[in-house]
Design a protein around this ligand. Structure first.
Ligand code: NAD
Ligand code: TYD
Length: 379
């Protein structure tokens, strides 16, 4: 294997930390640089197990800082960028869209320009180089519910089961689906995706874009549905379900996303796009009930005793009804498959949060608690 120097942006966040861990452990001859600004969502505690590995380095930097990023590329002779740094929470984007435009659009543009200028200055130019941009299925907008009843839970999912995938509707997001973002978050991600593709089409930058569905698993910041609800159930706090809880999301275990990123970074076609998802659609209210029952069982409570914590609150503005990814292209072309059944993934995830209470307490104390209380009070 050729030695590579790779920057992973947003490596102290949820998905980024899993990608950093996978690359550091798997590629001992690569130099992995985790570049992160450490916003509220960045947490170096996510990487404690690998922080002393010789092939790992952390750099605290804002992706909008063009000069320092360009210098880092020169100093470290960077061959590859795996770009995950972003503002990632829809509710925050509704309150503060400017930060999303700045980081997600301008930050991505800054990285693209630095990569272009540095790689163009080398004798080999773009040979062996990669700019891999991690995006979301939310850029495609919302799908119709052609079968709002769906299938009755609990159902057993089989990895890549198309029947399950078709539970709520016949449409799904393909790589060719037209972009139609609705939230400031998805609009900023869509814009950054367009810049990445424009840099390939205009300058020949060797780019790849992937669009993944909702991730779940360890180390997710507890403002997102699953870790937030696990923590609230543990503390017997209300569970704020937006609207009627009927929106559908397509859930993928985070380590499966990280495995896909590894595969696509090494084997994906330049200028191509791949959708990543596990054919695993759930109505919010159904997933919430599974989470409640799992937490109750693991805490030795009567199964379902916390169902009464469910509290229906005002819907999220512009709340997308349904997301569903068709990842057939990735499965057929590169042979990727999700490794876990959903039931196993949720069990693993709930256990992880319950066993890592200190990690959770460190995040949810202080500033975040005040923020969360104010968000909740405003509903
Ligand atoms: P996250 O919010 O957990 O982590 C984001 C990380 O980026 C944090 O470590 C933060 O400190 C860092 N960051 C933010 N602004 C920065 C800046 N200006 N400069 C440098 N670092 C900065 O996000 P996540 O859920 O891990 O998502 C990672 C990426 O994957 C994002 O691009 C997101 O759009 C995409 N994505 C997420 C999901 C999901 O379900 N979470 C699904 C598909 C795609
Ligand atoms: P979230 O984890 O914020 O991901 P995204 O908005 O990117 O899909 O939310 C997942 C779903 O859960 C979404 O339909 C909104 C809903 N939700 C709630 O009902 N209550 C909550 O407190 C949160 C955070 C989300």
């Amino acid at each position: 294997m050729t030695k590579k120097n790779i920057v992973i942006t947003g490596g102290a966040g949820f998905i980024g930390s899993h990608v950093v861990r996978l690359f550091v452990n798997k590629y001992s001859d690569y130099k992995i640089i985790n570049l992160d600004k450490l916003t509220y969502a960045g947490n170096l505690a996510n990487l404690k197990d690998i922080e002393n590995k010789p092939n790992y380095k952390f750099v605290k930097m804002d992706i909008c800082d063009f000069d320092n990023f360009y210098k880092l590329m020169q100093d470290e002779k960077i061959d590859g960028i795996i770009h995950l740094a972003a503002e990632s929470h829809v509710d925050r984007s509704i309150k503060d869209p400017f930060t999303f435009a700045k980081t997600n659009v301008m930050g991505t543009l800054s990285l693209l320009q630095a990569a272009k200028l540095y790689w163009e200055s080398l004798p080999e130019k773009y040979e062996g180089k990669r700019f891999y941009h991690i995006s979301t299925d939310e850029v495609y907008g919302a799908l119709q519910m052609t079968n709002p009843e769906g299938v009755e839970p609990p159902f057993t999912t089989t990895a890549s089961s198309k029947e399950h995938h078709l539970a709520y509707g016949t449409e799904f997001f393909l790589e060719t689906t037209k972009y139609n973002p609705h939230s400031p978050y998805s609009a900023s991600k869509a814009s950054s995706d367009h810049f990445v593709r424009a840099f390939h089409d205009t300058y020949g930058l060797p780019t790849i874009v992937t669009n993944c569905s909702n991730n779940y698993g360890p180390y997710q910041f507890p403002e997102k549905l699953i870790p937030l609800f696990i923590n609230n159930i543990r503390h017997k706090k209300p569970l704020p379900v937006y609207g009627k809880g009927e929106n559908v999301r397509d859930w993928l275990f985070v380590e499966d996303h990280a495995r896909a990123i590894d595969l696509i970074f090494h084997k994906g076609n330049v200028a191509d796009t791949y959708n990543i998802g596990g054919f695993n659609e759930w109505k919010n209210i159904d997933i919430i009930k599974v989470v409640i029952k799992t937490v109750d069982r693991l805490l030795g409570r009567a199964e379902g005793e916390d169902l009464n914590l469910i509290t229906y609150v005002k819907d999220r503005a512009g709340h997308d009804m349904r997301y569903a990814i068709d990842s057939s292209k990735l499965q057929k072309e590169l042979g990727w498959e999700p490794s876990l059944q959903f039931e196993e993934g949720i069990e693993k995830t709930v256990k992880w949060y319950l066993n890592n209470q200190e990690w959770m307490d460190n995040i949810t104390s202080g500033e975040y608690e005040k923020y969360y209380e104010s968000m909740y009070a405003n509903r």
